[in-house]
Ligand binder design. Structure first.
Ligand code: SIN
Length: 363
């Protein structure tokens, strides 16, 4: 409007919009809060479904961080639980992992992992062997063939410093190139940089629930091929040709997994993708064996990876020496922030064996 300054015109616009909104609320008899009277689903616009996905996961959790039964079991084991995200991430206090742990305590920790997806412990200066002993209480361990082994071959060390900058800064869930990827990973901080070096975790159930329903349906019959080409890219294709061939002969190269995985213990659906191991061009329909086509497959993979990287899905863990993180690879993705160069950061990690991912169908 000529002659009016911006603020005057903005106030007039806001006044007209507010009056119109109030009229609509009175017509619809919805009260002064435009959201009251609407279903939770209707409060979230179609173009911004992700927060609704987080809410749906929260709802699936009974709208509480842990079930009443688990809260009670944790209390009776002397544990106190510090929840750091709405739907994922809990620091467990009140246990010394170097002590012999009873079966009921281990079951309680396992249940906290299942309900919270990633759990943490502080001040646990375990030796390598103690870490392995703790991990073995949750199942067999996988040996990781591409890492720098610790003294115990079930342990790998992931160490970075000025000469070797951090490289785990991509969203992933561990070892999807395996036919039966690890159930969970347990990492212990050895060297923590003075600033930075946090690890972020993102809820794969909320990531799936936060997709538009039509896209969820599209994903259900789809699978993608995963392989460990990413690791081989560190080798010289000519000089290391024989080694590469040997690795491919020993370890199955290329496995397919559903894009939507059913968690084998909780039954919940999760978006199951990996930015590095999933061949973005490889998506196909499991039932018809029809490939999606390269361009469509690339575009869909990119969209899903973007969805899984949204901050609403995350919790963030700041390590201290002796901190331990235990994440459920069937329920979360993780990302080690590489924001501490040139400082050193070192963790040791073990992985608990898992099963072959199952697809999910609504009941
Ligand atoms: C990993 O990606 O498994 C390593 C996680 C970390 O370094 O925090």
């Amino acid at each position: 409007m000529p002659g009016l300054d911006f603020n005057t015109s903005a106030i007039q616009t806001a006044e007209s919009l507010t009056a119109r909104r109030l009229e609509k609320e009175i017509e619809a008899d919805t009260g002064s809060d435009a959201g009251i009277g609407k279903t939770p689903s209707a409060r979230f616009p179609e173009h911004n479904r992700l927060p609704y996905g987080v809410y749906l996961e929260w709802q699936a959790m009974g709208e509480q961080p842990v079930s009443d039964a688990l809260a009670e079991a944790a209390r009776s084991e002397g544990l106190s639980l510090e929840h750091i995200g709405l739907t994922l991430g809990t620091v467990i206090h009140g246990v010394d992992l170097s002590e012999p742990l009873s079966e009921t305590l281990i079951n309680c920790i396992r249940q906290i992992l299942l309900e919270r997806k990633v759990i943490f412990f502080r001040d646990q200066p375990l030796t390598e062997d103690q870490l392995v002993q703790f991990a073995e209480r949750f199942g067999e361990l996988d040996v990781f063939p591409f890492g720098r082994l610790g003294h115990n071959p079930k342990v790998i060390e992931i160490s970075h410093d000025e000469a070797r900058p951090g490289s785990e800064n991509g969203w992933h869930t561990d070892v999807t190139w395996m036919e039966a990827p690890s159930l969970g990973s347990i990492a212990q901080a050895l060297i923590v940089p003075p600033i930075g070096g946090d690890t972020l975790f993102a809820d794969s159930h909320a990531a799936f629930r936060g997709l538009p329903e039509t896209l969820q349906e599209t994903l259900l019959p789809l699978s993608g091929v995963h392989d460990y080409r990413y690791f081989l890219s560190g080798l010289d294709p000519i000089q290391d040709a024989a080694l590469i061939e040997e690795i491919k002969t020993r370890i199955p190269f290329g496995v397919s997994h559903p894009l939507v995985r059913q968690h084998p213990e909780t039954g919940k659906p999760a978006l199951y993708i990996h930015g590095g191991f999933l061949r973005h061009e490889s998506l196909f329909n499991r039932d018809t064996r029809e490939p999606m086509g390269e361009a469509a497959s690339q575009a869909l993979s990119k969209l899903l990876l973007t969805q899984h990287a949204r901050p609403e899905l995350m919790c963030r863990f700041a390590w201290q020496p002796g901190s331990i993180a235990f994440w459920d690879n069937r329920a979360v993705q993780h990302y080690a922030a590489s924001d501490y160069y040139p400082h050193a950061r070192s963790i040791r990690r073990v992985t608990v064996s898992g099963d072959v991912p199952m697809s999910w169908a609504p009941s």
